[in-house]
Design a protein around this ligand. Structure first.
Ligand code: SF4
Ligand code: SF4
Length: 304
């Protein structure tokens, strides 16, 4: 299979939006049959973007570049970095899901836990659908999170990290910046899930409309806020950042609670993603207004 032409970003966006609107997999798995998601933000990053190399240096050598993961899984159709595009999407949490989790004090609401399980199952189906649709159109593609050798790595700098991070892909694709709690703050806020696919095609990259990888967080912008610190039931967030181990242990404990209380096998937390100024948008006024005006920062955003 080889197609040297490129496809448009609009075609991909349409593909993602149609799947959200029509797929039976878009479900919270409850009796009412409510959808997990009602829309998406979509962005694109070139495989040749310097940021992938920066991630290797900043996150760790184990973090794949797009060409590393693509070429591992398409050895018969190798691609150069400039021939690849990373397609990234953000699925913002629906209002009723956010509202329910805002009331949570220790463990997630049923709605949030359902999204963590069934909403992510849809996200997996969406990754597969995007790969399959691209391949049917003649473009080789891969979903890095779904390859068998994707793994979580113990990292000296980040405690836990992985061979591919959906949030870092979304950041590269112009979709958001990191908050004090480690979540990605997007134009639709931090309460969201994200996914990505690497494809052998050239799509116009989405400009990164931020001056810094933490530009949308109030704490890093002017030292204010820190509201996610008090939302965390186990104090896994402090002014020093996010303690991933504490967070992981709390997520593990939530399994028992979800099973006993909501009667399904699930888990989750996300208390720090709701009831905070970055829940549904960019809380830094200047950054939000610059984005609305379509302004781009100069020089290009550094990582640290
Ligand atoms: S709640 Fe405040 S400090 Fe925490 S990530 Fe959001 S903007 Fe930053
Ligand atoms: S940091 Fe982890 S444990 Fe704390 S509120 Fe956020 S998701 Fe929950």
């Amino acid at each position: 299979m080889e197609n040297n032409a490129s496809i448009s970003g609009n075609w991909i966006e349409g593909l993602i939006r149609d799947f959200i609107a029509t797929s039976p997999d878009n479900s919270m798995g409850n009796e009412a049959g409510e959808p997990a998601w009602d829309g998406a933000l979509v962005g694109f990053a070139s495989g040749v973007d310097q940021i992938w190399q920066q991630y290797k240096e900043y996150v760790g050598a184990f973090h794949w570049t797009p060409w590393e993961v693509f070429n591992q899984h398409h050895p018969n159709e190798p691609a150069r970095p400039e021939e690849l595009t990373v397609i990234s999407w953000v699925l913002p949490q629906r209002e009723m899901v956010r509202k329910a989790n805002r009331r949570a004090k220790q463990y997630p609401s049923e709605e949030w836990a359902r999204i963590r399980v069934y909403g992510e199952e849809f996200n997996v189906a969406l990754r597969r659908h995007v790969v399959k649709s691209l391949e049917q159109a003649g473009y080789a593609a891969i979903a890095p999170m779904l390859v068998p050798n994707w793994t979580i790595v113990k990292s000296e700098r980040f405690s836990y990290a992985s061979s591919w991070s959906e949030r870092h892909a979304a950041h590269a694709a112009g979709l958001g910046t990191f908050g004090l709690c480690d979540g990605l703050i997007t134009a639709k806020g931090k309460a969201m899930r994200t996914g990505s696919v690497v494809a052998k095609t050239s799509i116009e990259p989405t400009p990164r409309p931020y001056a810094h990888h933490r530009a949308y967080c109030l704490f890093f912008s002017d030292g204010s806020c820190g509201e996610c610190i008090d939302r965390c039931p186990v104090r896994a967030i402090t002014e020093a950042g996010h303690d991933k181990e504490k967070c992981r242990q709390h997520l593990a404990r939530s399994r028992e609670y979800v099973k006993e209380t909501y009667k399904f096998d699930g888990y989750g937390c996300g208390l720090c993603q709701v009831g905070v100024p970055c829940e549904t948008g960019i809380p830094v006024k200047a950054a939000r207004e610059a984005l609305e005006r379509g302004e781009l920062p100069s020089p290009p955003p550094p990582l640290a």
